[in-house]
Ligand binder design. Structure first.
Ligand code: MN
Length: 416
């Protein structure tokens, strides 16, 4: 149970993305500290390795002295909950154990002095396509408004296996990718930088369970395998995608870079934001039928910042707009016996809401380039330009407490 009135002795924690009710995990280093596990609070990072070395927490030191959270995650959800509770206790305002300790200086690190890393070593990565508004928009633009959803869409969470090697941590810069494209009126394809460089506003969950090949995770047990969530920007080259994707789906249009936020927000922190999903009609098959509400009310936004300009909000959406929830996605992923690993990433697919300003990609916001987005500096965007920075933010909020994800930011560099 989350206590929304709980306060920390870390002053910057209040009214920040990282109050004492959040405590997301990440991997950081400083000029004096090697890469290791930490927890964010306000504008500070709690050095978990230092905490364990000085016996403030009961975790094997070796699990924290790592450049990824995989080993810690492998302990599973109950161990993570226990550790998070211990840390929360140490940081609460009526506990002076750490606050007044001589170790406080070595444990509490200024975020501004830290470098963040990929929080996990990603073995496998799946991207779903689980927002109905997004699937409907894309189907309407590229096929037929009357039959925008393909016949399978409401029966299974459509997805594809993506490329794990090119998932990078924010802040990132990615060069405009090159590839094959073919204009509708051209007789042959041409090669060059993408002209339709897009973002996709997504969230992703990270698994903490290793399963055997042949094993399936029942939908009502999937939560035990889900450790936490990050923001996920699935950068996409729409012109490359259009030419390559039939018959096997996305390939080079999607695997040149995806950018995640560095802090993994635990499912414990998100628990109070559980909410009902859309009614699923037609009825889903029994293996996808779940008991608990499994959607989450997480506010999402995307800002675009032109080179030397101001960041400007261009999209406001919410994770609750997902038609298929995480538990259903994971049950479907494993129903055929496909095995899971710790640190796998499962992205939601672009999360669009019902309104024009809630569309989670430039493709939809500019409706295939037919309605350019007007920025306050007078310029227009159909897709992203070189020098633009795309910034995604996410937070859940209740009773004045904000469970923030920080941000996923990526700057678009010219093609090389
Ligand atoms: Mn995607």
């Amino acid at each position: 149970m989350t206590d929304f009135s709980l306060k920390s002795w870390v002053e910057s924690a209040h009214n920040s993305d990282f109050p004492i009710q959040n405590l997301p995990f990440g991997i950081f280093s400083t000029s004096k500290k090697s890469a290791r596990a930490g927890v964010a609070i306000g504008n500070k990072i709690v050095d978990l390795l230092e905490l364990a070395l000085n016996n403030f927490i009961e975790v094997e030191v070796e699990l924290l002295n790592q450049d990824s959270l995989n080993a810690l995650m492998e302990l599973g959800r109950p161990a993570a909950t226990k550790l998070r509770n211990q840390i929360q206790d140490l940081l609460s305002e009526d506990n002076d154990q750490l606050k007044d300790s001589t170790h406080r200086g070595s444990v509490m690190v200024n975020m501004s002095e830290a470098t963040m890393y990929m929080p996990v070593k990603v073995g496998d990565y799946t991207d779903f396509y689980s927002s109905e508004d997004h699937a409907r928009n894309v189907g309407t633009m590229f096929r037929d408004p009357e039959n925008a959803l393909l016949p399978n869409w409401k029966h299974l969470p459509v997805g594809y296996h993506g490329r794990a090697s090119s998932i990078v941590v924010s802040p990132a810069s990615i060069h405009r990718p090159k590839g094959q494209t073919k204009a509708d009126d051209a007789t042959a394809p041409s090669f060059g930088p993408t002209r339709l460089f897009d973002f996709e506003l997504e969230m992703a969950f990270i698994t903490c369970k290793k399963t055997k090949l042949g094993e399936s995770i029942p939908v009502n047990e999937a939560e035990n395998a889900i450790w936490g969530m990050v923001i996920f920007n699935d950068l996409s080259a729409r012109d490359i995608q259009k030419w390559e994707y039939v018959p096997l789906g996305p390939f080079l249009a999607k695997n040149f870079g995806s950018v995640i936020s560095p802090w993994v927000v635990t499912m414990d922190a998100l628990e109070p934001f559980r909410t009902k999903g859309y009614k699923q009609d037609p009825k889903v098959l029994p293996y996808l039928k779940h008991k608990k509400d499994a959607n989450f009310d997480i506010h999402l936004e995307v800002a675009l910042q032109p080179e030397n300009g101001q960041a400007e909000n261009i999209c406001t959406s919410n994770y609750k707009y997902m038609y298929w929830n995480m538990n259903q996605q994971l049950a479907h992923q494993t129903v055929n016996g496909c095995n899971l690993n710790v640190g796998d990433i499962y992205a939601s697919g672009t999360i669009s809401g019902p309104n024009e300003n809630s569309y989670g990609s430039m493709l939809e916001l500019s409706w295939k380039g037919t309605k350019p987005i007007k920025l306050s500096d007078g310029s227009e965007r159909k897709f992203m330009q070189d020098g633009d920075t795309c910034i995604m933010r996410a937070h859940a909020e209740k009773e004045g407490v904000r469970i923030g994800f920080g941000e996923s930011a990526v700057k678009i560099l010219p093609a090389i």
